[in-house]
Ligand binder design. Structure first.
Ligand code: ZN
Length: 421
């Protein structure tokens, strides 16, 4: 969650697309998917009367470099100043950070004297794990509420957006960083040139920059239209990533595809020519070419599948309701906001959504006004069907809710295809 302070145009009035491509700067971004105008996915109102701006949510691909991106950019200040998503909220994610910390610590060869910086450091989960292995740690995140949580666990955190100025300040104060990480904040950057200039300023010789981003190949394979929201301005594949890094003397020296968060690309990046490049990089590059990733035909087919999936979700819930069944939801991640808004579902369709995050309880889903409640409500109301919005964690959640299931409760999993289990 660390875009720079600058952005290109696009206001709530729904201005026509026309931003230059985030990767190559050319005005060649062609829209292929229109999800309508939606409220901001992570801005959960406290009352139904709260004013909620809507912004167009449209996705395009650059006909020059193939980079998939939003065609309309929302000002970052509208999205990242208070942030309700907490990294440590899921057991799967906490385990993921412990793994990443160990791998990054080893690859960067960190000792207690070395500096590790996490951009979009959220509640400090990753840095706490890296620090425990031996390193000086500094977090950077624009959300003041999260910096408080991070400091409570001993992770020093600066409330700021990452850019060249932040990087320069940090380097003057702490020296160069031997490890820089950005997990899930990398797709949030509308002005990559300024961000990568900051990486150039901060990364030590021999240093490692590791990023994780939802992988475009998985997004398309899983029909994961609901992971599209205004914060995610970029949907990364390897080829455009390599192109934008090369302009800053950086290169991907290893790459992994991970199952977490419905399919992630983890790219290990260093200064050009410093490290041997793993064969995995050429392999993925070839796979992307074969699949036509970022090409017009594949994207148009994806857009058609998304339209069909919307119809399937709406009709499945309508059928359950017509049969007199009580339908509620479980989990109110940002992707629930996109799904509900795009499908036009409200409290008449889904009575409430239970979420374990106390910061979300008592609030409403943005734009659609479904109350978010504590999971205790499941035992007291006993709904017939729970829609699982965090479908990427379906296994973990269904195990947690084993009691509900044994008592006859069912789950509706909306994505990649509607399933009632
Ligand atoms: Zn481009």
């Amino acid at each position: 969650m660390t875009p720079t302070l600058e952005w290109h145009g696009a206001g709530p009035a729904g201005l026509p697309p026309g931003n230059p491509c985030i990767v190559c700067g050319r005005p060649s971004v062609e829209m292929f998917l229109d999800l309508g105008s939606t409220a901001l996915a992570n801005q959960l109102p406290s009352r139904g009367t709260d004013w909620q701006p809507r912004f167009p949510l449209r996705v395009g691909a650059c006909s020059d470099c193939g980079h998939v991106q939003l065609t309309d950019i929302v000002p970052p200040e509208a999205m990242f100043t208070e942030y309700l998503y907490v990294s440590s909220a899921s057991a799967t994610l906490s385990a993921h950070f412990v793994d990443l910390a160990a791998a990054a610590h080893a690859r960067a060869g960190l000792t207690p004297a070395h500096l590790a910086v996490d951009i979009g450091s959220n509640d400090g989960s990753l840095l706490a794990a890296i620090g425990a292995l031996g390193a000086r740690t500094r977090g950077i995140d624009p959300a003041a509420n999260l910096a408080v949580l991070a400091r409570q666990r001993g992770v020093e955190t600066e409330v700021a957006y990452f850019n060249e100025a932040t990087a320069t300040r940090l380097r003057e104060r702490e020296g160069a960083a031997s490890l820089i990480s950005a997990t899930n904040s990398f797709p949030h950057i509308p002005r990559l040139d300024c961000y990568l200039a900051g990486i150039e300023r901060l990364l030590a010789p021999g240093g490692v920059f590791v990023i994780e981003a939802h992988y475009l190949g998985d997004l398309i394979e899983q029909n994961a239209f609901d992971t599209i929201y205004h914060e995610h301005v970029s949907y990364w594949a390897l080829a455009p990533l390599e192109r934008v890094l090369a302009a800053h003397s950086l290169e991907v020296f290893d790459v992994e595809r991970l199952p977490v968060h419905h399919g992630q690309l983890r790219a290990w990046i260093g200064w050009c020519g410093e490290r041997p490049v793993s064969p995995a990089v050429a392999r993925l590059r070839a796979e992307e070419r074969r699949a036509g990733l970022g090409q017009r035909d594949a994207l148009a087919a994806f857009a058609r599948r998304v339209g069909t999936l919307r119809a399937d979700i709406v009709s499945a819930i309508a059928t359950l309701r017509a049969g007199g069944l009580a339908v509620a939801g479980y989990g109110a991640p940002a992707k629930a906001s996109t799904l509900l808004d795009y499908c036009g579902l409200g409290p008449d369709d889904i009575a409430w959504i239970a979420d374990r995050n106390p910061l979300k309880q008592g609030r409403l889903t943005p734009g659609t006004g479904i109350p978010i409640v504590s999971p205790e409500r499941i035992a007291s109301d006993r709904p017939d069907v729970l829609v699982l919005f965090a479908w990427n964690f379906a296994g973990e959640i269904m195990a947690q809710l084993n009691g509900y299931r044994r008592a006859g409760g069912r789950f509706l999993i909306p994505v990649p295809a509607v399933r009632l289990v």
